[in-house]
Design a protein around this ligand. Structure first.
Ligand code: ZN
Length: 285
């Protein structure tokens, strides 16, 4: 599929069912995801192994952690949703059912690329009902956590500026600005992979995390160098940070705003998502 929607205003779902399976980053367990067309606006999650109807996702279900974004859906938790949600919303899909077998979304290659490929395989169809309106940003919003800051200011279009600043020379300071459209998302953001640091691997494994992490699904940095080059972009890390931000804003919708994030984290992204969600006009569908 080469013709992506030209903006985030029309309603789109997928033309059929498409599936992917793979290992979850933190659980290390095999999981399976089926993407299904939906008549109802929004994103809805159902489980292959239970009988309950799909649950419509909302920013209220988001539980950020240091390393991934988790959804609390009724009694169940779904880990590491951000790269899938980024792909869905980034490609312009507004109506979709996500059917899951397992407790974590597969990491695949550590980016949104395989999800975009899955969506491109099956194609998009215009949905019959309007999409859920994104928040209207009429004045600046600012959230901060530690050294991280995120702002949203009114703008004609949805644009993002990411700034990262790492002491490791292989990464250093990187800045990326992008006006987001389905096309620019697919080309500039979706292929950017997650990254980690060699000296943190032991600690994270000891804490029971990243059981499914390996050199095939994450870029690994050892100070001055990357252990598994080549990079897909010279500034792949900051692009991946924007990918995570897009995933974390997916449930609230993309506002006409310029969002600037300095030293972003899932917690900081979620703070902005909550601030956007509490703007009165968007509290309901
Ligand atoms: Zn990520």
């Amino acid at each position: 599929m080469s013709n992506w929607p030209c903006n985030y205003e029309d309603s789109w779902t997928i033309s059929g069912v498409v599936s992917r399976k793979g290992i979850g980053l933190h659980t290390g367990e095999m999981a399976e995801v089926h993407l299904l067309p939906s008549r109802k606006a929004g994103l809805h999650v159902s489980w292959v192994d239970d009988i309950y109807p799909p649950v419509t996702l909302s920013p209220c279900q988001v539980r950020p952690s240091q390393l991934c974004t988790t959804l609390e859906i009724g009694q169940r938790r779904l880990l590491t949703v951000e790269h899938l949600l980024a792909a869905i919303a980034g490609c312009g899909i507004s109506h979709l059912e996500i059917q899951v077998l397992g407790n974590e979304i597969p990491l695949l290659d550590g980016s949104s690329q395989d999800w975009v490929n899955a969506i491109a395989e099956i194609g998009l169809t215009q949905a019959e009902t309007p999409r859920i309106k994104p928040p209207e940003v009429t004045q600046g919003l600012l959230c901060n956590r530690g050294e991280g800051v995120i702002t949203a200011t009114p703008s004609e279009r949805f644009s993002l500026i990411g700034v990262i600043d790492f002491p490791q020379k292989a990464i250093g300071r990187q800045i990326m600005k992008i006006e987001l459209t389905p096309d620019s998302f697919v080309k500039e953001i979706a292929p950017a992979r997650t990254f980690g640091f060699l000296d943190q691997v032991e600690e994270l494994r000891a804490a029971g995390l990243i059981k499914g992490g390996c050199l095939e699904n994450a870029l690994l940095c050892d100070g001055d160098q990357w252990l598994n080059p080549p990079l897909r972009f010279s500034n792949e890390p900051v692009r991946h940070k924007l990918l995570d931000l897009i995933g974390d804003l997916a449930l609230v919708g993309f506002p006409k705003a310029q969002v600037l994030v300095y030293r972003g984290s899932h917690g900081l992204h979620t703070d902005l998502a909550n601030a956007l969600f509490s703007i009165p006009s968007v509290s309901g569908p």
